[in-house]
Ligand binder design. Structure first.
Ligand code: SF4
Length: 372
């Protein structure tokens, strides 16, 4: 529930609105889920809440913590579906350094990007706001096991809505969850530290600019429509010209909450989208859009039809972008030892849809037909 919904809930119980803030702080800032431990509530209210409400984090089905500090959870949500969340600390992260949590917004994904492991599993359902914000709750709780509420510290410093699913296709629950991330009575993250990543659901990008102030990333991956239609099929519905127009509108929003730039995500696929010509096309495409470009070395998954570009190729590609005046970074590949890299979400744990089976059959057929 948002703060407003909680206030209404408490009023319906004949209580004052301020109870909402008290309970929010207990849940999000002190990690408490038992109403009887919420010591500034009356005994009577604790009993009523225990009867009428519950605070339930998503059930952890599997968790793995990597040597390099990366943490990964597979959650079982209502109905038995599985979703995955990954926490990646900055390379030089000390105890209180930057820790970025990659959160899922849907079970599976309907968009079927050709380089994405999640896309091959098909779409099952949207996550609820509780299932989305619960991923952040569990990540913070993992650093605070056994501590008293007074010593509880929220450790996640940055959130990216970049896990399983297309967040703008689960719009209201995602915006409700991000509102809690920004709310000072909940997680109080700054708007620059909450990023939504979209593959380009253009109409919803305009809505987002009006509804909430967070950083925006675009999963671009190709500099022209022909290639993008192949890699990110939603491009057939919302082609690049429309996407770039929506991105500019987001940056140049009339609202004083002016955003500085968009992050462009670009996965590096060997021989597919990584030539000098592609880099020059990208420079041209983004010339009027304040953008920071993040190159992502592809993380192969079983039967993936692509390979990662070489380090030299990635370097040459990023040089062209840097020389054209863009800030271009190369994402460090982290968490390889626990399959936590982007695009490998849940795949190894559950792969049950017809799309996955169909896709694996087509890969097997292709391999049979290849000359040995
Ligand atoms: S890259 Fe994102 S939008 Fe595309 S299939 Fe994967 S999860 Fe869905």
């Amino acid at each position: 529930m948002s703060k407003g919904q909680l206030e209404t809930f408490f009023e319906s119980l004949g209580e004052k609105k301020f109870r909402a803030v008290q309970v929010m702080k207990w849940i999000y800032q002190f990690g408490v889920t038992d109403f009887y431990q919420m010591s500034n509530l009356s005994k009577k209210l604790q009993a009523i809440l225990d009867d009428k409400a519950c605070v339930v984090p998503p059930k952890v089905k599997f968790k793995q913590f990597s040597e390099d500090g990366t943490r990964k959870w597979v959650f079982e949500v209502a109905g038995g579906s599985l979703v995955e969340t990954v926490l990646i600390p900055a390379e030089d992260s000390k105890e209180f350094g930057r820790k970025t949590l990659c959160i899922s917004s849907q079970v599976g994904c309907a968009l079927d990007c050709s380089f994405c492991s999640t896309g091959k599993q098909g779409f099952e359902r949207d996550l609820t706001p509780a299932e989305i914000i619960g991923q952040l709750w569990v990540a913070n709780a993992s650093y605070n096991e056994g501590v008293s509420p007074n010593d509880y510290k929220n450790m996640v410093t940055n959130v990216v809505m970049m896990g399983m699913g297309e967040p703008l296709l689960n719009y209201e629950p995602v915006v409700a969850s991000m509102s809690l991330m920004l709310d000072d009575n909940a997680y109080g993250l700054s708007k620059r530290r909450v990023t939504l990543s979209t593959s380009g659901i253009v109409p919803k990008m305009y809505d987002l600019a009006k509804d909430i102030d967070v950083a925006l990333a675009i999963s671009l991956h190709a500099p022209n429509d022909e290639l993008r239609n192949e890699l990110v099929p939603i491009n057939k519905k919302y082609p690049l010209a429309d996407l770039i127009r929506a991105a500019k509108a987001y940056v140049y929003d009339e609202n004083p909450r002016h955003k500085k730039h968009i992050t462009i995500e670009y996965v590096m696929l060997n021989g597919v989208n990584d030539t000098d010509e592609h880099a020059y096309q990208l420079v041209h495409l983004l010339k009027d859009l304040p953008s920071k470009i993040n190159l992502i070395p592809f993380n192969p998954f079983p039967h993936a039809p692509y390979q990662r570009s070489s380090n030299n190729r990635i370097h040459a590609f990023s040089n062209i972008l840097n020389n054209a005046g863009f800030v271009c970074t190369v994402r460090q590949t982290r968490g390889d030892d626990i399959d936590a890299a982007c695009g490998q979400l849940v795949g190894q744990v559950a792969d049950r849809t017809r799309r996955a089976a169909k896709w694996q059959q087509s890969v097997a057929k292709r391999q049979q037909n290849q000359p040995s």
